[in-house]
Unconditional design. Structure first.
Length: 117
């Protein structure tokens, strides 16, 4: 379950790579980075789902992954935490799965267009 943060980080890295390349990459490279980052996030989601259901069988209903403490004032701490339950896992699966297929279709549809990458 420690890989849950990758579902956010991988698409962000793909976006940053594509944004800072500013169209200098070939169509194939841009499509590989775009589709690959979302595809890896979808694979991580599948792994997280399998791990979640294995832990659910052991009695764990909610998973929390604390990333960092954003602010601490005395005994009051505000942390950045990812929380995963059944509903959020369903939404995560839908978003990464549909997003992957949208990226695949868009890379095929835009191939050969000016300004593609």
């Amino acid at each position: 379950m420690n890989l849950l943060y990758l579902t956010i980080l991988l698409p962000l890295i793909g976006f940053l790579l594509l944004a800072f390349s500013r169209g200098r990459w070939s169509e194939n490279t841009a499509a590989t980075v775009g589709v690959g980052s979302i595809g890896l996030a979808a694979l991580v989601t599948v792994y997280v789902a399998m791990d979640f259901f294995a832990q659910k069988a052991a009695g764990v209903q909610l998973f929390e992954q604390s990333l960092w403490t954003w602010m601490a004032v005395g005994n009051f701490n505000i942390g950045v935490t990812l929380v995963l339950d059944g509903l959020s896992l369903t939404m995560l699966s839908v978003v990464t799965g549909v997003g992957f297929f949208i990226h695949m279709f868009a890379s095929w549809y835009m191939r050969g267009e000016e300004g593609y990458s």
